[in-house]
Design a protein around this ligand. Structure first.
Ligand SMILES: Cc1cc2nc3c(=O)[nH]c(=O)nc-3n(C[C@H](O)[C@H](O)[C@H](O)COP(=O)(O)O)c2cc1C
Length: 433
């Protein structure tokens, strides 16, 4: 019997992916002080390319160098010539080449941080409206974008996509999830606009739709264009599952090659399988616990309306879980992120039958499983330490892979939390913008 995980997938644009495993986007934090790619990206992505996944997607590459997700991002900002000049392009080309050395495509994730840009990275975040992200004072109130700025940003996404194509990346993904700029426009909780870019679902989705259309027009019909979208934001009054289905119907007309389903925002980090601020969190449905991939129940409904291939990301770890999702027709690709931080070879090993499950450390990366110091504690500080500590732990592993060193599994959560801040603040101090 043929192995469903090893079967190729033909995308609408004609490109064929060799197998069903994708290394989903993970922000690397390896950009230099000018937000450029370098040898660390090359080393990390060469290891991942040789690791057997049919598709690799980069972490956030920012299209606006003034509003970034973290220091250490790479930016392709067409309004700033040095970020698209010969040296910057040569570094991108080396990154693209290293990341596709085994014949797999490497897609670039194009992103704008919007209101989720920390104070130490950005003085003035922007968003659809001036709705502040309230997380221990780390985020300044965003300024509402003017319409001419929105139109300029649509163009910048398209310009960055062309740079990605011309430097050898095999496709692009428009980041429309996780509360970043495009996602914040989709959400009625953060988009309070009364012009053509807010209000009705069609208006809230306009920025994403215009961006996807502009990107497609710019790169041509035979180049893969993907969209990452939230199944929902998991906050009252936010982007919900009905909105998601409506956006997918709109995207059906846009020649999208792969729709990736995720969920949550910085306020509700469901993308990592955790709930954030319990105060306004939705209850977790019982069936969500039954399946390792936590957005699968949403995927079932999305599948009914989506006409493009789909990828579900979040929680997939076992061969049995992945095969069941493919067999049920809930997804065409299996998106996986964290296991690649500690075992860059995990896709190849799973496909070869050497392992039945990918490494999973997330359950042990908590201060305490229960009580006041747990990730579900009513204490916001405890939640933040748990979420950022775990995130920092994965960042540390990415740093080590990029330096050609083995992962350090034994590092503790508090150590990782401290290093997270130390590294990000140091990098922020050295930014040359
Ligand atoms: C260290 C780290 C960095 C991440 N960076 C990004 C990113 O840049 N863009 C993105 O869309 N998602 C990002 N994510 C989310 C992952 O793509 C993925 O949705 C999430 O980790 C759930 O998948 P998993 O359970 O297989 O890890 C990141 C996750 C981690 C752990």
């Amino acid at each position: 019997m043929s192995d469903p995980l090893a079967s190729p997938l033909r995308l609408p644009c004609g490109v064929v992916l060799a197998n069903r495993l994708c290394k989903a986007a993970m922000t690397e934090g390896h950009g230099d002080s000018r937000l450029r790619a370098n040898a660390r990206h090359e080393r990390l992505y060469r290891a991942w390319s040789e690791g057997g996944a049919g598709l690799l997607i980069t972490g956030n590459v920012m299209i606006d160098r003034k509003v970034i997700e973290r220091p250490g991002n790479v930016a392709i900002d067409a309004s700033h010539p040095p970020s698209v000049d010969g040296d910057a392009r040569a570094a991108l080309a080396r990154w693209a080449k290293a990341g596709s050395v085994a014949g797999n495509p490497l897609w670039m994730q194009l992103s704008h941080a919007g209101r989720q840009s920390p104070r130490y990275a950005t003085r003035q975040p922007v968003g659809p409206s001036a709705v502040k992200l309230d997380l221990l004072g780390n985020y300044a109130r965003p300024r509402a974008l003017r319409e001419d700025e929105i139109v300029a940003l649509v163009k910048r996404f398209a310009q960055a996509a062309v740079v990605a194509r011309d430097t050898g990346f095999g496709g692009v993904q428009v980041h429309g999830a996780h509360g970043y700029l495009l996602s914040s426009f989709l959400s009625p909780a953060t988009n309070l606009r009364t012009d053509a870019w807010g209000g009705s679902l069609e208006n809230r989705a306009r920025f994403l739709l215009e961006t996807v259309r502009a990107v497609r027009r710019a790169v041509g019909g035979d180049f893969p264009v993907s969209v990452k979208l939230n199944s929902e934001d998991f906050r009252k009054g936010g982007f919900n599952s009905e909105d998601c289905l409506a956006v997918v119907r709109l995207l059906n007309a846009e020649r999208v090659d792969l729709l990736e389903i995720s969920g949550g925002t910085y306020e509700q980090p469901q993308l990592l399988g955790m709930s954030g601020r319990a105060a306004d969190a939705m209850p977790v449905r019982a069936s969500t616990h039954a399946r390792e991939a936590y957005f699968l129940e949403y995927a079932e409904a999305i599948r009914q309306v989506a006409r493009m291939p789909m990828m579900v990301t979040g929680g997939f770890r076992t061969r049995a879980g992945m095969e069941a999702a493919l067999a049920a027709g809930d997804t065409d690709m299996i998106g996986i992120a964290r296991p690649f931080c500690t075992d860059p070879d995990c896709a190849r090993r799973l496909l070869a039958g050497e392992i039945e499950a990918m490494p999973a450390y997330e359950k042990s990366l908590v201060l305490r499983p229960r009580g006041w110091l747990s990730p579900t504690s009513p204490l916001l500080l405890a939640k933040v330490v748990n979420v950022l500590g775990a995130q920092g732990w994965y960042y540390q592993q990415l740093d080590r892979l990029a330096d050609g060193r083995p992962p350090a599994i034994d590092r503790g959560l508090l150590h990782a939390f401290a290093r997270y801040w130390w590294n990000d603040l140091n990098k922020a101090a050295r930014l040359r913008r």
